[in-house]
Design a protein around this ligand. Structure first.
Ligand code: IDP
Ligand code: MG
Length: 161
């Protein structure tokens, strides 16, 4: 694949406990489906302290870490792996900024949340982290390869590689 063609990537999304409680699983998942992304992994799971310390390692020293960990353990989450052309960046754009009440209208956080902490979803922030995070939450046999017929309409021929 030539450099200007872009790369098909995988990224991790977690639907957080606030969205589970508020009945937003379907609407959030639908946003990614409507965008044309391919769902290659999906499961509901409860997060233990160890995985949260790894996943939020960059926040461990913050005063809000304990309440963030409590929040993320207050119900199961839904973990999803989405695939697409330059999908890591595309999903971050759809997600919106961390402080949800300032997130752009039309983004998931912009449309569904008001909080910095309870901001409905997690999305990987770089290709490098996406690779690590997909491995953190999914075993290899939980990631599925299959043809998605609508790809012929979602991407132009030269983008499909
Ligand atoms: P991100 O989710 O937009 O990538 P990060 O800075 O990686 O933002 O923070 C991870 C998560 O930690 C946020 O989505 C949010 O749930 C929580 N968080 C981040 N900053 C704060 C804060 O200042 N107060 C409370 N929770 C926070
Ligand atoms: Mg982050």
């Amino acid at each position: 694949m030539s450099e200007d063609k872009g790369i098909f990537e995988r990224t991790l999304v977690l639907i957080k406990p606030d969205a589970i409680q508020r009945g937003l699983i379907g609407q959030i998942t639908g946003r990614f489906e409507m965008k044309g992304l391919k769902l290659v992994g999906l499961k509901m799971m409860s997060l233990d302290e160890a995985v949260l310390r790894e996943h939020y390692a960059h926040l461990i020293d913050k005063p809000f870490f304990a309440s963030l960990a409590n929040f993320m353990q207050s119900s199961p989450v839904v973990a999803m792996c989405w695939e697409g052309l330059e999908v890591v960046d595309a999903v971050r754009r759809i997600t919106g900024i961390t402080k949800a009440r300032e997130a752009e209208a039309g983004s998931i956080r912009g449309d569904y949340a008001m909080s910095v902490s309870c901001n409905v979803i997690h999305a990987s922030d770089s290709v490098e982290n996406a690779e690590k995070e997909v491995k953190r939450f999914f075993n290899p046999d939980e990631i599925h390869s299959y043809d998605k017929s609508e790809y012929v309409y979602v991407y132009a021929e030269d983008e499909r590689g």
